[in-house]
Design a protein around this ligand. Structure first.
Ligand code: AMP
Length: 319
């Protein structure tokens, strides 16, 4: 009856959308133009918008973009080392995703630490079915592991993350695969699933606990990739106030958190096994006492963040 607004998660906003945006025909057309950048996601997001607009044309609707939080990336972080014209003509660059989650979690961490977000340097690890890392400097995203699409970066449930791009040519020439098959293989048949047959981390952990070596390898690869990104983003930031774990795996798997931070005491990052393995609820600290870098587990809440951004956007538009 008394809906105030409807907020939509839209995965790809390209360079155009830097903040939550009230949806009209022009915005829908712009989201449609971004389909080539996010062929798996933007069409589904548009379908949701079209259905709710048809049903409730009287209710204002807002698009909240997964890419928006990363609009602060500096050019040296978002450009790929390919011909510059490809950026100008096809907008090929790093955009980054999971922005709504990263922003929510960063704000929740700041509130927990009783600091302003603008005073904090954070490494946030969103580890769900999709996974991404972000380096946050003075509250703003300055680098992130996902790229032009969500395929780059960390190893994920079914996505490969970083690979040598020449593997794509090799699969086509020597492997005899079509481009469509390669896209499916790297998006849906890789990651944890590709290595051990299970895309769900709980299943992979159970298999590994029962002695399955491939599952153990998959989890070790998963954690090793996270560790490499923590190291890289430590170098990017210079000073890190907190490493933050979130999403299904980040919030729930003590084992993945422990493996990802193992051997990082030289950077001041050291987990307390008892705290890490304890029952966690809400925002929790799991670093060893006296170590300089806080390690936080923060439950994400993308729906709440989208709802709040939607309300703020509508209020702003009727002011
Ligand atoms: P999300 O996309 O945030 O819902 O996260 C999904 C991922 O979280 C899946 O790989 C799940 O297996 C994983 N996950 C959820 N609960 C647990 C748990 N208790 N231990 C390990 N992984 C978990």
């Amino acid at each position: 009856g008394d809906l105030f607004g409807i907020g939509h998660r839209v995965v790809h906003g390209g360079e155009e959308f830097r903040e939550p945006t009230l949806i009209d025909d022009a915005v829908i057309a712009a989201i449609r133009r971004k389909i080539p950048l996010a062929p798996l996601h933007n069409p589904a997001n548009l379908l949701g918008i079209e259905v709710t607009r048809a049903r409730r044309p009287d209710v204002p609707q807002v698009a909240v973009f997964d890419t928006a939080f990363h609009h602060s990336l500096p050019p040296h972080a978002y450009h790929y080392a390919i011909p510059y014209q490809l950026y100008e003509t096809l907008q090929i660059r790093r955009y980054g995703f999971h922005g709504t989650s990263h922003e929510y979690v960063a704000k929740a961490a700041a509130s927990y630490l009783e600091r302003s977000l603008g005073s904090l340097n954070l490494i946030v690890l969103h580890l769900g079915n999709g996974a991404s890392a972000v380096a946050i400097q003075a509250g703003r995203s300055v680098d992130t592991s996902m790229g032009m699409t969500p395929l780059e970066g960390l190893m994920m449930g079914t996505r490969c993350g970083d690979i040598d791009p020449a593997i794509v040519f090799f699969l086509a020439t020597t492997g005899g695969k079509s481009l469509e098959e390669i896209e499916g293989l790297l998006n849906s048949g890789s990651g944890l699933r590709g290595v051990c047959g299970e895309n769900d981390m709980r299943e992979a952990l159970e298999l590994a606990a029962s002695g399955n070596e491939r599952a153990n390898l998959a989890i070790e690869m998963y954690a090793y990739r996270i560790k490499k990104y923590i190291g890289a983003y430590f170098a990017v930031l210079g000073r890190v106030d907190a490493v933050v774990f979130t999403a299904g795996i980040g919030e729930n798997s003590a084992e993945v958190r422990a493996r990802s931070c193992a051997g990082l005491s030289g950077l001041g990052i050291e987990i307390d096994p008892a705290k890490n393995g304890g029952r966690l609820a809400g925002v929790c600290e799991i670093q060893r006492k006296g170590t300089p870098v806080r390690i936080l587990v923060v439950p994400t809440n993308e729906e709440l963040e989208i709802a709040e951004e939607t309300v703020a956007c509508i209020r702003e538009s009727i002011r």
